[in-house]
Write a protein that binds this ligand. Structure first.
Ligand code: NAI
Length: 268
């Protein structure tokens, strides 16, 4: 259902890799709600080519950028303002990658070069994006910046490995930058902590199928889907949430507040 709640808004959406990506669903919903935006991903991810289908569907342009490169980010932000015809109203950071997880390194035997890459791609990139938009004065007053995170930032999920540290840092950056961007420009900065979701990044975590099933049973509403997450992101980009900032917003069907469920005990 579309209500044009993003009509007239301009944005950048990072991280749509394929139709399962959370960012993909956000782009589809943002277009339905009347937003115009650029799509971006790491140059290496472009090779899959799927993002072209999304761009055609959403009438969006693609500007490749490695989110760890300031030069790429400056090109992306300037290019987006040029193509969209003005300053931005929203940014979605939907980026995560751990070489340690990819290469199945145990948490107690992390490769530290990989660890630094995990932090750079999955957390520091969020700071780099905001430092770049701030330097280029690219965000409108009351605009909204979001990143996606996971509850492993607060609680231990052993196979999430060094991504847990990255997510803790990501959430902290949202609070810290949120303060500075809020006081300087009324720009809002938040993270959404999403249920486990079947995507390329999600499925990379060992034992993901058991894990998604466990989370579903532990959540009174069940797991939030990528489509649900997209709807939440749209509300956070809209003017209906203009006083929400510096928050880590749980979007998990109640998982984070639940101790035990009848389903887990096999009693329903
Ligand atoms: P995805 O694999 O579709 O998206 C991750 C994206 O990060 C990909 O598009 C990838 O190309 C991009 N990326 C990796 N390195 C990059 C770089 N250097 N520069 C720019 N982009 C880069 O998976 P998903 O699940 O949609 O992930 C999106 C976000 O949601 C991530 O932050 C992830 O940690 C978070 N999240 C995912 C959950 C899940 O279970 N799938 C649960 C909670 C949070």
């Amino acid at each position: 259902m579309a209500n044009d709640i993003l009509k007239g808004k301009r944005g950048i959406i990072f991280g749509a890799l394929d139709e399962h990506s959370i960012a993909w669903k956000v782009a589809e919903r943002a277009a339905e709600e009347g937003a115009i935006f650029t799509l971006t991903n790491a140059p290496i991810a472009m090779r899959m080519g799927k993002i072209n289908d999304l761009a055609a569907k959403c009438n969006a342009e693609i500007i490749p950028a490695d989110a760890t490169s300031i030069e790429d980010l400056e090109n992306l932000v300037n290019g987006s303002m040029d193509k969209l015809g003005g300053k931005l109203d929203f940014v979605l950071h939907s980026i995560g990658m751990s070489p340690n997880v990819r290469k199945s390194k145990p948490y107690t035997g992390l490769n530290y070069d990989f660890f630094q890459k995990t932090i750079d791609v999955s957390a520091l990139s969020f700071h780099k994006v905001m430092q770049t938009t701030m330097k280029l004065d690219a965000m409108n007053e009351w605009s909204s910046i979001l990143a996606l995170t996971y509850i492993a930032a607060q609680r231990t999920f052993p196979d999430y490995s060094d991504m847990a540290e990255a997510k803790s840092m990501l959430e902290s950056i949202a609070r810290s930058f949120g303060y500075h961007y809020g006081t300087a420009k009324h720009v809002r900065v938040n993270t959404i902590s999403q249920s486990p979701t079947r995507t390329t990044a999600g499925s990379g975590v060992k034992g993901f199928d058991d894990f998604i099933d466990f989370a579903d049973k532990m959540s009174p509403l069940g797991n939030a889907t990528a489509e649900d997450c997209a709807n939440y992101c749209i509300s956070m980009f809209s003017d209906l949430t203009r006083m929400v900032t510096m928050q880590n917003l749980m979007h998990d069907g109640g998982f984070s507040s639940t101790g035990i469920t009848a389903k887990m005990l096999g009693k329903d």
